[in-house]
Design a protein around this ligand. Structure first.
Ligand code: AMP
Length: 547
């Protein structure tokens, strides 16, 4: 378990870069994939977003092509991804990891001007990160040549197939030299993926998700909840959840050292007493933190997995995963820190919408349900604080021993309405308890629940709630299903599975969409380009252009 990045074969430059990014150790997928990829093996990996899969293929690619110079328009590595966002994210990751190696990375995707991409390719790119449709366009225009490719990575292959890119993938893989190395990553491995792997990978190393992370009966007694929150809103969301849960002591896990410092700072700003623990601290510093935590003078302990290893704190009431951990094993290990000594513990996981599949893998591996909850509103938090005050006053009344205050109460009651006196006293107690940790951020946190559970439902909404839209471009301008699905998924961000029949005529195309998405999709597509052009998009009125 304790292999370092250097142990699994990465060179000093990459290791140093990872340390400066605050990565403390490889994730399980990285541990399994990097060695074989460095050794030149093909790879078939089952990995969802959030497992660290990007680095699992980016690091070996960077190392294997370091020091080589690409010819204009002839990259040494190609990464195919389903969406524009992913193209940008993955090329940013390459850029970050490859800073010391001077690797040139170019993202190419639909919607961006062609000539800019052509210019970037011409300057010479070590790595091209592309959506399949756009990569194929460049191949056809001969602005991209795959003749020098040493490595190809397919990222989120199942998504690419869902978006209708199967044919494009085949064409691209056929244009790459046979001698190249191929890595295929996919969150799921349906037969269609197996068949691509069969045809395009050579004796691949297979990395599959462990089915059972926990032995039956070995799971601790822990209430497991999750909140689906985009990254930008996580701190605010966590603040509210903690306000509501009022943990005695919570252990909050982050992925990197840098995340630990940043989160600790921001939570301290919300009025919590916070201490942090990470692998960059000396043993003496860690011991000091642990002494404070055990003494009960810390509310929140923010830590990386490495730093928290071996920590055992009796009164830990909550474990928080600020991100979904990179494997089911890590999840089980983390949440096992609470719920000790027969007390019920609470495990809270904040899930970026993109990482929801990882949460599902964890549920499958642990055979336990994680309840998806809605982030409390500021009103919920206020109500909860009132409850706490009410309970505190009630306890104080029940405990008696009020003689010292009774005289004051009596004298005030002769002057004012006794109910007013009591209300004012409660208000003072409430405000004193609240301190300055009140919810300064009344920011709006989007509620995301749509994919909370896999629906056993059909692939797309059935019944009469599909509406057809008209797009003013068809086969004559080279329009393909993948262009339409890609544009809808990228621009309107709706799940491509919801898209119904697509008919591509010579000069126009018709697309069926769930009625509730139609207006949104039309608006989104109006600003978009398909096959390099801005097209008219309307609800279909049955009017067809003359031939
Ligand atoms: P991915 O699954 O590739 O989308 O990565 C998920 C996140 O984990 C990204 O934000 C990465 O920066 C981060 N990450 C990847 N590998 C590691 C690691 N070994 N340690 C800490 N964070 C990592």
């Amino acid at each position: 378990m304790s292999d370092t990045f250097a142990d699994i074969g990465l060179g000093a430059d990459l290791v140093a870069e990872l340390a400066s990014l605050g990565y403390e150790e490889p994730t399980p997928i990285q541990r399994a994939a990097i060695g074989p990829l460095l050794a030149g093996r093909d790879l078939l990996g089952q990995a969802a977003t959030g497992t660290g899969k990007t680095a699992a293929f980016a690091l070996p690619i960077l190392q294997r092509i370091a020091g080589e110079r690409p010819a204009p328009g002839r990259p040494l590595a190609l990464v195919l991804v389903p969406t524009r966002e992913l193209a940008v994210q993955v090329s940013e990751a390459f850029h970050r990891y490859g800073r010391k190696l001077g690797t040139a990375v170019v993202p190419i995707y639909g919607g961006q001007e062609f000539h800019r991409q052509v210019a970037a390719l011409r300057r010479g790119a070590h790595v091209v990160v592309a959506t399949p449709g756009r990569a194929l366009d460049h191949l056809r225009r001969e602005t991209l040549d795959l003749g020098d490719l040493r490595m190809v990575a397919l990222d989120e292959a199942d998504e690419m197939l869902d978006m209708g890119f199967a044919e494009d993938l085949e064409l691209i893989l056929e244009a790459a030299p046979e001698s190249r190395q191929t890595a295929l990553f996919s969150a799921t491995l349906p037969p269609r993926i197996a068949s691509i792997a069969e045809r395009h990978l050579r004796d691949p190393e297979r990395i599959l998700i462990a089915r059972d992370a926990a032995k039956p009966g070995s799971m601790p007694k822990v209430r497991q909840v999750a909140y689906i929150v985009p990254r930008a809103h996580k701190v605010a969301a966590l603040g509210r959840v903690l306000d509501l849960e009022s943990p005695t002591l919570a252990l909050v896990f982050c992925r990197t050292r840098i995340d630990v410092d940043e989160l600790a700072d921001r939570l301290a700003g919300r009025g919590y007493t916070v201490a942090s623990l990470h692998g960059g601290m000396s043993q003496a510093e860690r011991d000091r933190v642990m002494t404070r935590a055990r003494a009960g003078s810390v509310d929140l302990l923010v830590a990386t997995d490495v730093a928290a290893r071996g920590i055992d704190i009796e009164h830990l009431t909550h474990v928080v995963n600020f991100d979904v951990p990179s494997s089911a094993e890590a999840y089980v290990h983390r949440i096992g820190r609470t719920g000790r000594a027969g007390r019920e513990g609470v495990a809270i996981t904040l899930v970026d919408p993109r990482a929801h599949r990882l949460l599902r893998n964890i549920e499958q591996a642990t055979k336990q349900r994680v309840t998806i909850c809605t982030v409390p509103t500021p009103r919920d938090v206020k109500a909860r604080r009132m409850d706490v005050t009410r309970a505190a006053v009630r306890d104080a009344v029940a405990a008696g021993d009020l003689d010292a205050f009774r005289t004051i109460a009596e004298s005030l009651a002769s002057e004012f309405d006794p109910m007013d006196v009591a209300a004012a006293a409660i208000r003072l107690a409430h405000e004193a308890a609240e301190g300055d940790g009140s919810d300064q951020e009344e920011q709006h946190i989007p509620v995301i629940e749509s994919f909370a559970r896999p629906k056993p439902a059909p692939e797309r909404p059935q019944g009469g709630d599909m509406v057809r839209i008209y797009i003013s471009g068809g086969s004559k301008m080279g329009m393909r299903t993948a262009d339409i699905v890609g544009a809808i998924a990228n621009e309107a961000r709706i799940n491509p599975r919801g898209i119904g029949d697509i008919e591509i005529a010579e000069t126009y195309s018709l697309v069926e969409l769930p009625a509730r998405d139609v207006d949104h999709v039309i608006r989104a597509l109006r600003g978009a380009t398909m096959r390099g052009r801005k097209l008219k998009v309307n609800r279909d009125l049955g009017i067809r252009p003359g031939k």
